[in-house]
Design a binder for this molecule. Structure first.
Ligand SMILES: NC(=O)c1ccc[n+]([C@@H]2O[C@H](COP(=O)([O-])OP(=O)(O)OC[C@H]3O[C@@H](n4cnc5c(N)ncnc54)[C@H](OP(=O)(O)O)[C@@H]3O)[C@@H](O)[C@H]2O)c1
Length: 179
């Protein structure tokens, strides 16, 4: 089995990595310190003869790079139809805000998108209330923004207006909406 472990260089993550390596799993290990992760990759590869590789956040900080997150406009306000998805996207946005803070001063840039509708299999066959971007249009905007210290932005930008209305709709009205 193939397993990705984030936080693999110490503590519980390391113990899980060693246990899985002993059972012959292929591993991809991620941590913040390059030396730790390189040493662990070499150690597990030699001791257990498994397929193992890894990456550290140091590469992004020192070598430069981009950390790009795909959020959603759905996290602007929890609704009965989107509870798990919106909660996950809210958590992801908070994580990216923390990563932006963590990476400040480094050569890594963090961008997070509150995405509106996109014409992908996720929306295929659905009746959408607003126009959907082509995936290529989304990609174009995201690639143009690489290298920018952007924080969280709406894509397309006009979802800002829609989500602001939804967020501030008074509860007596909001609770009647079937959205
Ligand atoms: N489409 C929209 O209208 C819309 C709106 C707002 C936000 N978003 C967000 O935009 C992002 C991309 O959405 P999309 O519309 O492009 O989706 P998509 O067409 O369904 O593509 C999703 C991609 O993610 C991979 N994937 C799914 N689950 C995975 C998992 N557990 N581990 C690893 N890879 C996984 C899929 O590969 P496999 O098929 O191999 O799993 C596929 O390559 C998502 O985060 C989505 O929430 C989309």
């Amino acid at each position: 089995m193939n397993t990705v472990i984030v936080g693999a260089s110490a503590g519980l993550g390391r113990a899980i990595a060693e246990r899985l390596a002993a059972d012959g799993h292929a591993l991809y290990l991620i941590a913040s310190d390059a030396q730790d992760i390189e040493a662990l990759v070499a150690d597990l590869g030699i001791r257990f003869s498994i397929k193992v590789s890894g990456e550290s956040l140091d590469h992004l900080q020192a070598g430069g790079g981009n950390l790009v997150g795909a959020g959603s406009v759905s996290s602007s306000r929890g609704r009965r139809t989107n509870s798990v998805y919106a909660a996950a996207k809210s958590g992801l946005e908070t994580y990216f805000a923390a990563m932006r803070h963590y990476m400040a001063g480094s050569r890594c840039r963090v961008q997070f998108y509150r995405l509106g509708y996109i014409q992908t299999r996720m929306t295929f066959g659905q009746r959408l209330m607003f126009p959907a971007l082509k995936p290529e249009q989304g990609a174009d905007a995201i690639v143009k923004n690489l290298g920018r210290d952007l924080g969280a932005v709406y894509l397309p930008w006009w979802w800002w207006g829609i989500t602001t209305i939804i967020r501030f709709l008074p509860w007596p009205i909001f609770k009647r909406l079937n959205i």
